[in-house]
Write a protein that binds this ligand. Structure first.
Ligand code: MEV
Length: 438
């Protein structure tokens, strides 16, 4: 077991690696070499990456891929996607190509409100707190003027502060429930700074206020933090086509395809076990874009799954229906994204990803990202209700298995040719490699 270490963060990168080698890798040089191999030869670039977080000892590569042919609101996009799962980008590209000849994707932002809360306890009279809050609300707003000044210039700021009585759920528990417009920023730092200032002002105002006796000054701030639940920051995307424009095979007519598709989505509306996987597939597309554009994928994931449960039951984020002989497929999802601040102007690949998208504002990025989710879900359901998922998935995974066995270029060519007409399974690939090498 490694010993307790103090002052680790203050060690140089090389000394950190030495410490790891000694205490975790039995001084095996391969571990050290692997970490160093991934350093960037450009010192300035490496330093930039080192400084993103504490204790950086190397870089962790993920593929930076692109999916072309996305027609969204009449404009063509090539989407940057950062994801390790082999079949995701191919699936997105396939869905984009399918829909570009059927009118493309339509997307609209329905709302952009973000939320933050100051959670506190108060042991005095509730009515008095309400009156006090109404009186000091202008001071709360004034107290953040230095933080909101620039945001207001861009059209954003604090849109509302409410006092919420939560004592029915927890004794003495109240909130300042605050809403914000953060325009093109994801806004986490802006919101949290405002909230901490509100908390300070709330306390200082009670100290000054005549209505509070000494005992009733007992407001305790528990915490001030933004919420990643953003049911008022919603984007909707959809595709529509005539039933006869849908895929068909000798075994499945376009109408049967449409009905099977709608039923598959309906299953994800009523069956949480399916809904989670269904939504995971949506997030394959969304996370890939969120990561590539330097946004916070954990925030997006948390918000999306909470929204999927908003009716008290976890459900599909997409909807499908047949109406007036049209097939309609849509998604409605909360996406609190930013195109300024954070990594957007720091990480060279993030900058490039945003450039690739034509430097979108946050609303445009919300639309593009929701489309990535819808396209991914379309591709997944299309496979699931026709060939099954493994055919496409394993075809893309073949290269991973070949690399795992350190297949040579010639071996790869032969096996790729073989698996064009044979089903890829892990064991079949192993058998074929062994056959080749025998
Ligand atoms: C795999 O990463 C995602 C899928 O399982 C999604 C789905 O089942 O809808 C294919």
């Amino acid at each position: 077991m490694a010993p307790v270490v103090s002052g680790f963060s203050k060690l140089s990168k090389t000394d950190k690696i030495k410490w790891l080698a000694e205490h975790h890798f039995n001084d095996d040089v391969t571990a050290t070499d692997t970490l160093i191999t991934y350093w960037n030869s450009d010192d300035k670039l490496q330093r930039l990456h080192d400084e993103f977080t504490e204790n950086t000892i190397s870089n962790y590569y993920l593929p930076f891929s692109v999916a072309p042919n996305f027609l969204i609101n009449g404009k063509r996009y090539t989407l940057p996607m950062t994801i390790e799962e082999s079949s995701v980008v191919a699936a997105a590209s396939k869905a984009a190509k399918f829909w570009q000849t059927r009118g493309g994707f339509k997307a609209e932002v329905l709302s952009t409100t973000k939320v933050g809360q100051v959670h506190f306890t108060y042991t005095g009279n509730a009515k008095k707190l309400e009156r006090f809050f109404t009186e000091i609300k202008p001071n709360l707003l004034k107290s953040v003027a230095h933080i909101t000044k620039n945001m207001e210039k861009r059209g954003g700021g604090v849109t509302e502060i409410q006092l919420r009585d939560k004592t029915a759920e927890i004794d003495n528990y109240y909130q300042l429930h605050c809403t914000f417009e953060t325009v093109d920023a994801m806004g986490a730092n802006f919101i949290n700074s405002c909230l901490e200032e509100f908390a300070k002002t709330l306390l200082s105002e009670t100290k000054k206020h005549h209505a509070f006796s000494d005992t009733e000054k007992e407001i305790e701030i528990i915490m001030s933090i933004l919420s990643n639940y953003v049911p008022q920051c919603i984007v909707k995307a959809s595709v529509t086509c005539k039933i006869e424009e849908l895929p068909n095979t000798p075994r499945l007519s376009s109408m049967q395809y449409a009905e099977k598709f709608v039923r598959a989505v309906r299953i994800a509306q009523v069956e949480p076990y399916r809904a989670v996987t269904h939504n995971k597939g949506i997030m394959n597309g969304i996370d890939a874009l969120v990561l590539a554009t330097g946004n916070d994928f954990r925030a997006i994931e948390a918000g999306a799954h909470a929204y999927a449960s908003k009716d008290g039951k976890y459900k599909s984020l997409t909807h499908a229906e047949i109406k007036d002989e049209q097939f309609i497929f849509s998604i409605e999802i909360p996406l609190a994204l930013g195109t300024v601040g954070g990594l957007t102007s720091l990480h060279p690949l993030v900058k490039l990803a945003l450039q690739l998208l034509g430097k979108p504002n946050a609303k445009e990025l919300m639309k593009i990202t929701s489309v990535a989710g819808l396209a991914q879900n379309f591709a997944a359901i299309n496979s699931l209700i026709t060939t099954g998922i493994q055919q496409g998935h394993m075809k893309m995974h073949l290269m991973n298995i070949l690399n795992q066995f350190e297949a040579t270029k010639i071996e790869k060519e032969q096996l790729i040719a073989y698996f064009k007409t044979n089903t890829v399974t892990h064991s079949e690939v192993v058998t074929q490699i062994e056959k080749l090498r025998a």
